[in-house]
Ligand binder design. Structure first.
Ligand SMILES: CC(=O)SCCNC(=O)CCNC(=O)[C@H](O)C(C)(C)COP(=O)(O)OP(=O)(O)OC[C@H]1O[C@@H](n2cnc3c(N)ncnc32)[C@H](O)[C@@H]1OP(=O)(O)O
Ligand SMILES: O=C([O-])CC(=O)C(=O)O
Length: 374
């Protein structure tokens, strides 16, 4: 009997190029950055080490890491022109639109003039993204113009400090670091592919990243962490969660934070972030959000054999850290920028314009009729 044909819609299963940056769904836990298992990196590295790895192909030694962090620190502030634009953006704007505009505006003020500046442009965005997010958030929500510079050692700590305007705990800094590592890179996902398509036209780094932000925004991609939070906070208990999800599935609604285009039985990032959610829940004392999330996970596996992707337990984890839901996907941007920029550099190093073909399904050739005759 002939086997079921592979559904190739959405380019599924088709190779669209080469990369040395990442494998998805292959050896070990299923996800490696430059050969390192993501769980190993999450356990034994920091986000800055992972950024260095993606940009240079090797993990830094102590001196290289110290030099890299020292180079990033002075780049954390924003030009006045970018602050002025951020101040114009209304409070009810989607923060991913703010990130997109902030990125694009920075590219107006400090353009990448040629590809010799690509590392500078990537590092500038890496250092400045937490400020783009928090400067707008604090101004639009609290009317406060925050100082965008902190002396926090890590970018994760810097973000938490800007957001809460107080010293973050060591534990929260570590969780943020782990989260940024988990989100950093994921092969030819939709937003990275957007960045590569843009790069293949020999466009500039800021355009590639701006396009990628727009792609990550959607709920089928990065926007799922926010959408998952909106869903789980509506559930009153684990039993209520199962009942409501049953109704959602019956209505053929997508359950955000579940399923994956490549993984078939689990997403290796889930184990890591779920463990942090459980730990934070226990320390918080109110474990209900974690318990509800676990009930969702069990229900989806039992009924549909669908599993949590990276986004699902990020929702409760960030919530236990007091991070506003609307900033969940922008945090993803702060991390994935590293993967996007590394892919832009890789595309540029061996470029041919990305231009696939299409299967035509339209009308047969025909003649234009005079407008009076139509
Ligand atoms: C960091 C990230 O970007 S991870 C992804 C984040 N996105 C989400 O969490 C959104 C919810 N998930 C989804 O929409 C999908 O699983 C995607 C977009 C991630 C992958 O899409 P696809 O590759 O098309 O999924 P796949 O081919 O495995 O789907 C198989 C079936 O399961 C269904 N399905 C997949 N995910 C879900 C879900 N979360 N809820 C309900 N049904 C689902 C599909 O509708 C499909 O059903 P069908 O055969 O009746 O049409
Ligand atoms: O790979 C994908 O399709 C989506 C994903 O998990 C990611 O970008 O992290």
């Amino acid at each position: 009997m002939a086997s079921k044909p592979v559904n190739t819609a959405g380019l599924r299963g088709q190779s669209a190029g080469e990369t040395a940056l990442c494998t998805v769904g292959k050896s070990g836990s299923g996800l490696t950055y430059c050969g390192y298992d993501v769980a190993d990196l999450a356990e034994n590295a920091t986000f800055e080490e992972v950024a260095y790895l993606l940009f240079n192909g090797e993990l830094p030694n102590q001196a290289q890491l110290a030099a890299y962090k020292s180079a990033l620190k002075p780049m954390r502030d924003l030009p006045d022109a970018v602050k002025s634009v951020l101040k114009l953006i209304p409070k009810d704007t989607h923060p991913m639109d703010v990130m997109r505009t902030g990125c694009s505006m920075l590219g107006n003020i400090e353009p990448e003039k040629d590809f010799s500046e690509q590392n500078q442009a990537a590092n500038r965005l890496l250092a400045a993204f937490p400020a783009i997010m928090c400067y707008w958030y604090k101004f639009s929500h609290d009317g406060v113009e925050i100082d965008c510079m902190t002396d926090e050692d890590s970018l994760g700590g810097h973000f938490l400090r800007l957001l809460n305007q107080e010293e973050p705990s060591e534990q929260h800094k570590r969780v943020m670091d782990v989260s940024l590592i988990l989100y950093a890179e994921h092969e030819f996902n939709a937003s990275t592919f957007t960045a590569r398509v843009c790069a293949s036209t020999l466009s500039d780094m800021f355009s590639c990243i701006t396009g990628a932000i727009g792609t990550l925004r959607g709920p089928l991609h990065g926007g799922a962490n926010e959408a998952a939070m909106d869903m789980i906070e509506k559930f009153k208990s684990p039993t209520d969660a199962k009942e409501q999800m049953s109704g959602m599935l019956a209505r053929k609604e997508k359950i955000m934070g579940f399923g994956h285009a490549i993984y078939r039985t689990s997403d290796p990032r889930n184990t890591v972030i779920k463990a942090w959610s459980e730990k934070l829940a226990a320390e918080n004392g109110d474990t209900s959000l974690y318990d509800i999330s676990v009930a969702c996970e069990e229900f989806m596996w039992d009924t549909k054999k669908l599993f949590c992707n990276a986004d699902f337990f990020h929702a409760s984890t960030y919530n236990y850290m007091g991070i506003p839901t609307k900033l969940f996907t922008p945090i993803f941007v702060c991390s994935r920028l590293t993967g996007w920029a590394a892919h832009v550099m890789e595309q540029r190093a061996n470029n041919r314009i990305i231009r696939p073909s299409a299967d035509y399904t339209g009308s047969e050739p025909r003649k234009v009729q005079p407008i009076s005759a139509r």
